[in-house]
Structure formats: C-alpha cells, structure tokens
Design a protein around this ligand. Structure first.
Ligand code: HEC
Length: 222
C-alpha cells in the first residue's frame, strides 16, 4: 500500500484507494498463522520452548498460553543484518509516511528514526521462508547456524525442506557464468550483492547443537 504513494499517483487517486486499503488491512488482521502440517516431535519441541524462552523471548516475545510481544528495535550495529533497507528510507521520507494514510494521517505512533530493525513476531514462522527482512536465508536451520548460510542459492521449484524447515534449495559458489538472461539470473540469491547480505543475528551461537535442534522443533509449533 505504501508503494502506491509514488508521485505519479495524485493524492486524489490515492484517496480513491483508501476504502480498498481499509478492507485489505482488516482482512490481513483477521488472518491466523497456519498450523505446521507435518510431524512434530512434541517432547523435543517442549524442550525447545525452554531454550527459546531463555535466549529468544526477550526480543521475540512468547507464544502459546502466555502470549507477549515486546516490539523491540535492535540497533543496526548490534543486529548486523544487511543495513541497506534501514538506510534506504531516510527520516524525512518516514515522516512523510507518518503523515499519510499508512500512518493514519499522523495519528499512529510512527517511529521515524528507528536506527535498527524490529525483532518481528514469529507466529507461523515455519511458513514464511526465506528469512530476515531481505529474505537472504532459506531455512530456520540456517538462521540458527550463521556460519553455514549459503552464499549463493536457488530454491527448487516448490520444495519444502522439513529437516531444516524452510525452502528447499541448491547452493552455489557463484551464479553460474552461463546464466545471462536477467529473468534466470534473478532465480539465484547472491548474498554478495548490494542489499542482499545474509550476515548478523548471531544470537543462536549461544546455543549448543542439541539446543538448536530443540528450538528448531519448537519453531514449527508457534
Ligand atoms: C537481541 C534481540 C534478539 C534476540 C536475542 C534474538 N533475535 Fe531473532 N531477530 C531479531 C531481529 C532484530 C530480527 C530481524 C532481523 C532482520 O530482519 O534483519 C530477528 C529475526 C529473526 C528471525 C527471522 C524472522 C523473519 O520473519 O524473517 C528468526 C527466525 C529469529 N529471529 C529467531 C530467533 C531465535 C530462535 C532466537 C533465539 C535463539 C533469536 N531470534 C534471538 C532480534 C533478536
């Protein structure tokens, strides 16, 4: 909706969209996260909940019976994920958004100088690969193993990886040289490109392999 705020759409034209936007917004608000459709090891998941509550909850909140969501913004130097998205929206632009429909004409408490990224709620996270704001990490296993994230990867047609929870993909050292057609090149996610870094969010390094395994199982259930 905010992308419709381009100059070539006059304010009159934009106002004409607003009833539709309200309906779309209400519809989105009404959606519930889908339940993971494959097998879950409940015992492992419940151990994972404990690990999650000790290491992840302070930023991502809690799920299940006692729900909470702290909406914390983590400074860019700490989170260390790709900074382009943060810097691409200057404060004056965010102030413009605040005054527009998306900020309910200034009525919403809009942060115009966030200095980092919000730790998002993780409801239905199994279904929303690829991960991080730029979609640079194909599975939750790779979120949990920062050093092993693929540098260049390409998802398979429509494969879902139940082991690593996320997109099934092939990994490459570089985009193959014989791929030149832009439409085909775009199928490769090259994390060395501008705005596409897969770095940062190294908090899972506090966990040992068993704890990671348990958290991965738990993440299927929230
Ligand atoms: C200090 C705060 C903090 C802690 C602790 C933390 N995270 Fe995060 N997490 C973030 C932020 C901020 C992002 C968004 C990063 C981005 O998109 O650039 C994020 C993103 C994620 C994502 C990707 C979300 C998406 O929609 O793409 C997952 C999954 C995740 N965290 C899981 C975890 C798990 C599991 C733990 C505990 C082992 C954890 N996080 C600990 C702050 C934190």
């Amino acid at each position: 909706m905010s992308f419709a705020l381009v100059r070539s759409n006059s304010s009159e034209r934009y106002r004409g969209f607003e009833n539709d936007f309200r309906d779309i917004s209400a519809y989105i608000e009404s959606l519930e996260a889908p339940v993971y459709p494959y097998a879950v090891d409940r015992e492992l998941a419940s151990r994972g909940k404990e690990v999650f509550d000790n290491h992840c909850m302070r930023c991502h909140g809690s799920y299940g019976e006692k729900e909470s969501y702290p909406e914390r913004t983590i400074p860019i130097d700490e989170i260390g994920t790709d900074p382009v998205r943060l810097r691409a929206l200057p404060v004056v632009y965010r102030e413009g958004l605040k005054k527009s429909w998306v900020g309910e004409y200034g009525k919403l408490n809009t942060v115009t100088d966030p200095k980092g990224y919000v730790a998002p709620p993780l409801d239905g996270i199994w279904a929303t690969a690829p991960y991080f704001h730029n979609g640079s990490v194909p599975t939750l296993w790779h979120v949990l193993h920062p050093e092993q994230r693929p540098v260049v990867w390409r998802r398979t047609e429509d494969g879902y990886d139940r082991e690593r929870v996320g997109l099934e993909f092939e990994s490459f050292d570089r985009v193959p040289r014989d791929i030149v057609a832009p439409a085909e090149k775009r199928m490769y996610f090259d994390t060395r490109k501008f705005g596409k870094k897969n770095s940062g969010h190294t908090y899972p390094n506090e966990l040992d392999e068993q704890e990671k395994r348990a958290v991965l199982e738990y993440l299927k259930t929230i």
